[in-house]
Ligand binder design. Sequence first.
Ligand SMILES: CC(C)(COP(=O)(O)OP(=O)(O)OC[C@H]1O[C@@H](n2cnc3c(N)ncnc32)[C@H](O)[C@@H]1OP(=O)(O)O)[C@@H](O)C(=O)NCCC(=O)NCCS
Length: 144
Amino acid sequence: MVRGYTPRDFRDILKIEKEAFSPQNPAYDLFIYLSHSTDLLVADIGGNVIGYISVMDMNDSSKIISFAVKKEFQGHGVGSMLMDEAIKRCIERGKKSIMLEVRVSNERAQKLYKKKGFKVIDVLPGYYRDGEDAYLMVLNLEAI
Ligand SMILES: CC(C)(COP(=O)(O)OP(=O)(O)OC[C@H]1O[C@@H](n2cnc3c(N)ncnc32)[C@H](O)[C@@H]1OP(=O)(O)O)[C@@H](O)C(=O)NCCC(=O)NCCS
């Protein structure tokens, strides 16, 4: 099931984030998601968190801050469920669009985003710490 974050999910999200992004300072990154998220959703199987999506509202649009599914559960529709719930909640909050950035090499995530209706509107050169470019993608919620 997809549900809202509770503090006892912190450790599980931290593990998923470390595995997915190998961040330099995962606890700090997670603190940023928590403090900036309007909506932090988790996918829960029998009390174990296997994925999360963090969304921040900005005026009339929203932004996906972070999104990941535990490796062993990827490719089974969990990410799709999380994204669908996040989109639904953005619409309920009256948002007109959702933005996100994704590595140009991350074709798997891009495929999911395109399936949900996101479109590439720009390339952000050297966006990531290692110098990789990002695609800026937007989903127009008014067209849904
Ligand atoms: C991106 C991510 C969150 C997707 O979660 P997921 O649970 O694996 O995705 P789903 O199983 O719901 O798949 C949704 C769509 O993604 C694409 N997809 C999923 N697994 C894929 C794979 N192994 N190869 C190619 N495309 C794949 C497909 O389009 C799929 O739709 P389909 O099954 O109808 O063909 C997950 O792969 C992940 O955590 N990746 C590492 C972190 C990351 O890249 N986050 C995004 C940063 S912008």
